[in-house]
Design a protein around this ligand. Structure first.
Ligand code: AMP
Length: 397
């Protein structure tokens, strides 16, 4: 079902309440240290401003414990938005009540008003409908542009849609378009690349995408659970010992479904997970010696993965191939990022660590889509219904 977007509604003279994701890092001096998420929301905000709407913005920041905490105030975000956008940005340090109503009343078309951190209200994360109603009463239309919270039913994204129509912003629209494509309508050959620390985090994605993918490439610490399940010595590599049966089951299912699971053939090992420590490359078939751990995929594996990716028409990648935070063990992740960047087809990078990795390598613009939501993109790929997407109004057929 297609969702209504901000383009489908008349905004002229209307008041819009927009849920954005301004969950950005704030440095010691109280300044925004990375404004990627703010600039990402700008096209939707500017569109509403150009259509002469009054724009109220809602966002959470960090994890305050259900009450105000100055450390997580959105004031620095408001200051930053004002500086970079040239818009008339106002801020009220409240979420509901007279001050907020008055501030909205004083707004002129094209003004932008940021309310305080939504999580300062204990009702937000409980999807409190009184709170949702109080917000809905401020506006005519709700715009949802916060994909990162789409897997959560909160007052600011889900509850509010019970009182006024909710439509998707441009960021949300793009997330839905690309995640839909790779989850439900991929072009073949379809290659799924998974890495990261744990099999258990990715099991839902594996189970769902085994019904769609042609090949599943596995890297990251996750590979060692598969190797141990196959009886290969893994030294002191990170392994989930309680998931060995699960790994065997996945291999069996893949065989039944005729999906090729491609596991690494070599790995970079070290005795410590530290920069500058002695490291070497070993073949998997010989096992990993005691006292050593696998921290990245090796050069033969990079070539092997490259063969699979070469002709792919759809690629999804979630989870780094090694400990990419340490440069000595980032080569595999970087190489895979570059291989996927060269694919002539739809390429989608999951949020969280994989998004951080492609940003580290300066490759963000080389893919069809880099998701802004870690947890939300995983749940989408698992085939789950996301409450923060269900709540957006459907387009009539
Ligand atoms: P995830 O959040 O599950 O995608 O896991 C990402 C984390 O897995 C990153 O912090 C990586 O450093 C870590 N990781 C990837 N490969 C390995 C490995 N071989 N050993 C230990 N940690 C790893």
């Amino acid at each position: 079902m297609k969702k209504l977007t901000i383009r489908d509604v008349d905004l002229n003279g209307k008041t819009v309440i927009m849920r954005v994701d301004f969950n950005v890092p704030i440095d010691k001096d109280g300044k925004v240290s990375d404004d990627t998420r703010i600039t990402a929301a700008l096209p939707t905000i500017k569109y509403a401003v150009e259509k002469k709407a009054k724009v109220i913005l809602l966002s959470h920041l960090g994890r305050p414990k259900g009450g105000p905490d100055p450390k997580y105030s959105l004031k620095p975000v408001a200051d930053h938005l004002k500086k970079i956008s040239g818009l008339n940005v106002l801020f009220v340090p409240h979420l509901i009540g007279e001050e907020v109503k008055q501030a909205v009343k004083n707004m002129k078309p094209g003004d932008v008003l940021i309310l305080e951190n939504t999580r300062f209200h204990p009702g937000e994360e409980k999807n409190d409908l009184e709170l949702a109603k109080a917000w809905a009463e401020l506006a005519d239309i709700h715009v949802n542009d916060a994909f990162g919270t789409a897997h959560r039913a909160h007052s600011s994204n889900v509850g509010i849609a019970m009182f006024i129509p909710s439509v998707a912003g441009f960021l949300m629209e793009k997330e839905i378009e690309f995640l839909n494509k790779v989850t439900y309508e991929p072009e073949h050959p379809y290659v799924v690349v998974l890495g990261g620390a744990k099999v258990s985090d990715k099991i839902g994605v594996i189970t769902n995408l085994l019904n769609k993918a042609d090949k599943l490439l596995i890297g990251g610490a996750m590979m060692f659970t598969f190797f141990k399940a196959k009886g290969i010595p893994v030294g002191s590599s990170l392994v989930e010992d309680d998931k060995l049966e699960l790994a065997k089951e996945i291999l069996k299912q893949a065989e039944q479904k005729k999906v090729q699971i491609i596991l690494p053939v070599d790995t970079v090992i070290a005795q410590k997970m530290e920069a500058g420590t002695e490291s070497r490359v070993v073949e998997i078939k010989g096992g990993i010696p005691d006292g050593w751990m696998g921290l990245d995929i090796g050069p033969q594996t990079i070539r092997l993965f490259g063969e699979s990716l070469k002709d792919a028409k759809t690629v999804v990648w979630n989870g780094p191939m090694g400990v990419f935070e340490i440069d000595d063990f980032a080569k595999g992740t970087k190489a895979v990022a570059e291989l996927i960047a060269k694919v002539n087809g739809t390429t989608v990078i999951g949020g969280g660590d994989s998004a951080a990795a492609v940003a580290k390598f300066g490759l963000e613009s080389a893919y069809s889509h880099v998701s802004t939501g870690g947890g939300a993109s995983l749940e989408f790929l698992e085939g789950k219904e996301l409450p923060g997407i269900t709540s957006i109004a459907d387009k009539k057929k």
